[in-house]
Design a protein around this ligand. Structure first.
Ligand code: UD1
Length: 341
């Protein structure tokens, strides 16, 4: 199938919505399907305000095969970008069956519909979680995957395997799995951003909500790790940069540049930044003080991980560009936008 239509599952979510903006700006025709389990219908207006284009959206759960089949029938996409998945590590430990049901069934349904309707390309949201605590840093795509430490992480392993097996079996499929490091920040317009429900699990929304007075105090989980300042190290990537990696991946598929029908790329900056450095930088660039204290380690946290993104840089022709300073400013601008709503 040869057209520029892209079905974006989970397109109302944090990374999805930023990617839809980049897709529209690159001239793709987009249809979002999302069950709104962790997002809001109003995100559509934020996207439209940025791009000046209408957003097509259907409230569909990818676990509902019949509904998905109808979407493929009508829209006939050439490509799919599959974001729709549950992603809270702690919740996945409490509710493993919900995670396996949601994350695995939705992928199997999408691939089944792709086969039936002749859609060949899929970009999949994977995660650096597949590396666990690597022996050697930074991690390259050749770094061995480690056994997952949570059901969430395991769904990423299994989904990558489902995709690899499908490529072998069904000749026409082309798959790019992007292993995201830690996406943070918001669109520079502050019209879309992360919308956590309830108490945030992730660092940056907790930081911005603490700065806004919604949370009293940020807990920094551990200062006794074997790192320069004792706090954990991650590779924090600007969400707009991450969104652009999807455009590069689609372009690679459509232009027939893939070296293999199943490819994986690390999508990170290449810089390891500690939790305490995030706190300090956030304070500095936004001119405020964060109420934080050091507490014990969080169960399941790994000590340090950051990407070697050179394969993505060279092969996708993509590179993370935003500075950490700009990204942390954008996160605070988005929080201020939410406060004024
Ligand atoms: C993890 C996974 C990632 C997954 C994401 C989904 C790894 C390496 N990463 O990200 O693949 O997509 O969950 O949610 O497995 N922190 C605090 N205080 C807080 C919150 C966080 O100190 O209130 C610290 C954490 O200890 C960690 C860092 O901030 O060192 C980042 O935490 P978080 O934003 O939750 O992301 P990860 O756990 O790295």
């Amino acid at each position: 199938m040869d057209n520029n239509r892209v079905l974006v599952t989970g397109g109302m979510g944090y990374i999805g919505s930023h990617t839809v903006v980049e897709l529209q700006e690159a001239g793709y025709e987009v249809l979002i399907v999302d069950n709104l389990s962790n997002s809001e219908a109003s995100v559509k207006y934020g996207i439209e305000a940025i791009t000046g284009k209408k957003v097509e959206f259907e409230q569909v759960d990818c676990c509902d095969y019949d509904a998905l089949d109808k979407v493929f029938e009508r829209f006939a996409p050439q490509s799919v970008i599959h974001f729709a998945a549950s992603k809270a590590v702690g919740e996945s430990v409490q509710q493993p069956l919900m995670y396996y049901r949601n994350n695995l069934n939705s992928l199997v349904n999408i691939l089944t519909a792709m086969r039936k309707h002749g859609t060949e390309n899929i970009v999949f949201s994977s995660s650096c979680t597949v590396y666990g605590q690597a022996e050697k840093l930074p991690v390259t795509e050749q770094t061995p995957r480690r056994e997952a430490t949570s059901p969430y992480g395991n769904t990423k392993h299994i989904c990558e395997d489902i995709l690899r097996d499908s490529v072998v079996a069904y000749g026409d499929f082309k798959v790019i799995a992007l292993r995201y490091f830690n996406p943070i920040g918001a669109h520079p317009s502050a019209l879309i951003g992360e919308l956590p429900r309830g108490v945030p699990n992730n660092l940056i929304p907790f930081v911005t909500q603490t700065a806004a007075g919604i949370r009293e105090q940020l807990s920094v989980f551990g200062d006794d790790y074997n790192t320069p300042d004792g706090s954990c190290i991650r590779d924090y990537i600007n969400v707009v940069d991450l969104a652009k990696a999807h455009i590069a991946a689609l372009g690679r598929m459509r232009q027939g540049k893939m070296k293999d029908s199943f490819e994986v790329f690390n999508v990170g900056t290449g810089n390891g930044v500690s939790t305490l450095e995030i706190v300090k930088t956030f304070e500095k660039v936004n001119g405020l003080k964060l109420n934080y204290r050091i507490v014990g380690r969080r169960a399941g946290d790994i000590e340090a991980v950051w990407a070697d993104p050179s394969y993505a840089n060279n092969e996708l022709g993509w590179k993370a560009e935003a500075t950490l300073e700009d990204t942390l400013r954008s996160a605070w601008n988005w929080q201020k936008h939410l406060n004024n709503k």
